[in-house]
Design a binder for this molecule. Sequence first.
Ligand code: TAP
Length: 491
Amino acid sequence: MELNLLTLCYLIGSVTFILGLKMLSNPATARRGNLVAAGGMTLAIIGTIFLYTNDDGEKLGNYGWIFGGIAIGALIGYLSAKKVKMTAMPEMVSLFNGMGGACAALISIVEFDHMDFAWSVVPGWHAMVVPGWDEDFASVSMLNAVRGHLLIIVVGLVIGAVSFAGSMIAWGKLNGKVRDFSFRGQHIFNLVVLGIIFALAVYLIGWIPGNSGLIFIAIVVLALLYGIFFVLPIGGADMPVVISILNSFTGVAAACGGFLYDNKVMLTGGILVGAAGTLLTILMCKAMNRSLLNVLIGSFGGSKAGSAGGAREQGSYKEITLSDTAVLLSYSSKVFIVPGYGLAVAQAQHICHELEKLLESKGVDVKYAIHPVAGRMPGHMNVLLAEADVPYEKLLEMEQANEEFSTTDVVLVLGANDVVNPAAKTDPSSPIFGMPILEVELAKNCIVNKRSMKPGYAGIENDLFFRPKTSMLFGDAKKVLQELVAEIKNL
Ligand code: TAP
């Protein structure tokens, strides 16, 4: 009866994960989706703690330890999630993902320790090391079962440890504590480390139970080393893609835990995280028109900033004053706002929404054009604008917005750069060539707000700033928008 109830908890948990994921794909339902999945996870955890019994009918016990751990983890998670700034979100995701990887690796370490028992129940296991041992069918099949168990332990360990070490380096890079680092032949070095891990794993699983502790420790150390050297050379700005890959690794490692414990909800959760992380990685690469390999061996972002096109003569740009901008916007009938990373840095989303409402009150049709990789993480701009209560129906995806620009009076670009760079369409030598962009130059006027002429994430000049229809409005986005709102109110 109790087991059935537990199975029901797991079933509900699995269904809520799937529903939650589905709801996360729409900004209007995303918050609820998060709560639905978290509710299912809570049910699965509570069910496991109180309803699980082993073959001898014993419950988990250890309630002090379990709830002590949960309380500490929940408090740290709650406080850090409350405190985190939107721009530091990728950092936090990386840290939490690393913890997931560490958990999966720890499960493998604990279960490896339990393997002594498993080996002891394989009939005649000790005879394995005796040459000429006569294999009887029973011992071979049991041995294979134990080997299968060991295989899952090792896979969970390697992937979990790589994810943990890689995520910690990614976290350090994003908060500026760890610098990009590479040396000649680093990719070969990484391949060699991976090869040694593979060889040791084959040896461990395929050969002997005796002396395996040392080999196991060697695998742990090498997997951590691989995680560090896998992420170290990648440009700091490419971290969101790397975090997404590591996220999928953690999912697979957690799924291995599900196999080990024959726990369906852990398996489902792990597989969903693994699949979602993989899809997200593919989507991000696609939106930047870069292959995963290109991201991993790093060809833009990070150290190459300013290289491509930086030295090219771009001509002159023209500036626009706040009062001219106020007049132009107020007397337009259709305005598009293009938010970018700078808007998030300036935390100007609330004042941006105020500008939008002010213009609407004057009869201007205002919408937002959202590029899929604007900002530094998937959905960055959607989350940012949702925080300021901008209605979802005002956010247009890139394809829709591109269709509407030709009938737009003014496009106001706020702290965006690469996602509006025409070089992506016109310059085959540009590192962003082929990346779909917001074609803001189709509008009658384009006003770009940023603090200077410095490049954005890809480290390249933006020809848009020098085009005849473009005017630059320099300054911090928040300050400029505050002054602009005041100016429009005074018109
Ligand atoms: P960026 O190209 O990085 O440009 C942001 C611009 O904002 C900068 O040129 C900067 O110019 C300006 N800025 C910074 N602080 C500002 C402030 N306080 N006020 C006003 N402006 C400010 O941003 P984007 O156009 O959003 O493009 C995103 C880039 O990130 C793309 O290249 C994309 O491939 C990459 N990326 C995105 C993701 C995801 S999933 N979103 C993941 C990985 C990589 P100043 O310094 O002159 O002010």
